[in-house]
Design a protein around this ligand. Structure first.
Ligand SMILES: [Fe+2]
Length: 358
């Protein structure tokens, strides 16, 4: 294994790698994700390799399609948290029926990633059809609901108390197109009792009205609800000089970022430690594989400070994936533990010592 590791040196730059014939591994230590100081260590060891873990702080692979479906049978069921920490939650929703209330998260911006199915997303800013491989930003204090649900709408939802913004514009960069909500076909007032569930942190309050609070006649100003399909991003290889993956959703506080980490030409990442960021990679679509990961809906979690490398991204068959980086100290929840396995951090397959995981 070690003989095939790539080596990087600060003088050659991140894009240039070489096989180290002696079996040594160059390990990259980074502060502040892609933005801070970096240092390298040439080592005889291969630091991602470990024999077993006792405790809870460990790299995992979670299967977002493996939650107990009965948890979502109730039409009032809410998304289930699988990874969370202060100010950030990663949740999963399986929706078989249309929403019976509007949802309004007043403390967090939400990015919804559609894993399966389709639906119409109604918001106060208009309506959007959403389907598999769509990513939708719903800023806080925006009421929304899903109607015309087809084929069970499955979503991964990232809810961030720090502000997230869409970071791309169509043009010469990766983005070919994006969508904002269309006006309501019929915005006339609808009478009847309607419920809006206000989410404030981990608590919920229902506000009832005798009119439908969703439809809007027209909107102006900055488009805030934004949808992009992961397949509408061009691949920009590292030989272009763009070494960092394209940023999809930005956070001015640097707390949480979402990048496009789909297949691209260039060198395999070096062994590295993220000193300040937890790292999650959500595999969305093949046909190619990202190392051992080839099933849509698998998400890896590598807690900050643990050595890892990760597979080659230069996969000719192509695959689609996103990278979530966060300063948040994520912990797996009980529901998340039920759908997770201990991961090795070379190719991200199941670690053989899985039974040792606390
Ligand atoms: Fe990494």
């Amino acid at each position: 294994m070690a003989a095939e590791q790539t080596r990087q040196t600060p003088t050659k730059g991140l894009e240039e790698t070489m096989t180290e014939p002696t079996g040594q591994t160059t390990v990259l230590y980074t502060r502040n994700g892609f933005a801070g100081p970096m240092a390298t260590m040439v080592r005889e060891q291969y630091p991602p390799q470990y024999t077993r873990v006792v405790g809870d702080y460990a790299p995992r692979i979670l299967d977002l399609h493996a939650l107990d479906e009965q948890a979502f049978d109730d039409v009032r069921s809410l998304p289930v948290s699988v990874l969370e920490g202060p100010g950030l939650r990663m949740e999963v929703s399986y929706r078989k029926q249309d929403s019976v209330f509007g949802l309004r998260n007043v403390f967090a911006d939400e990015v919804h990633v559609v894993l399966a199915g389709s639906a119409t997303l109604e918001t106060e800013f208009g309506v959007l059809r959403v389907a598999k491989d769509d990513l939708v930003l719903i800023p806080r204090a925006t009421t929304y609901r899903f109607v015309d649900v087809k084929d069970e709408l499955r979503e991964y939802i990232l809810a961030s108390e720090t502000e997230l913004s869409f970071a791309m514009q169509p043009g010469l960069g990766p983005l070919e197109r994006f969508e904002t909500p269309a006006p309501y076909a019929d915005p006339s007032i609808r009478r009847g009792e309607f419920e809006t569930v206000v989410r404030h942190g981990n608590e919920f309050t229902s506000i009832f009205t005798d009119y439908d609070p969703l439809p809007t006649v027209s909107t102006e100003g900055t488009p805030l609800v934004t949808k992009v399909n992961i397949n509408d991003l061009r691949s920009i290889g590292m030989e272009s000089g763009l070494l960092l993956p394209p940023l999809l959703f930005d956070d001015a506080t640097t707390q949480t970022f979402i990048f496009d980490l789909s297949a691209r030409s260039g060198s395999r990442p070096p062994v590295h430690y993220n000193a300040d960021y937890d790292e999650c990679i959500l595999f969305m679509e093949g046909p190619g594989s990202w190392g051992a990961v080839n099933t849509p809906g698998l998400i890896t979690h590598t807690p900050k400070g643990l050595a890892h490398q990760g597979p080659v991204e230069n996969v000719p068959e192509g695959y689609r994936a996103i990278l979530i980086e966060t300063r948040c100290k994520l912990k797996v929840t009980a529901a998340g533990r039920d759908i997770s396995h201990l991961a090795e951090t070379d190719q991200y397959s199941r670690h053989p010592s899985e039974s040792q995981l606390a």
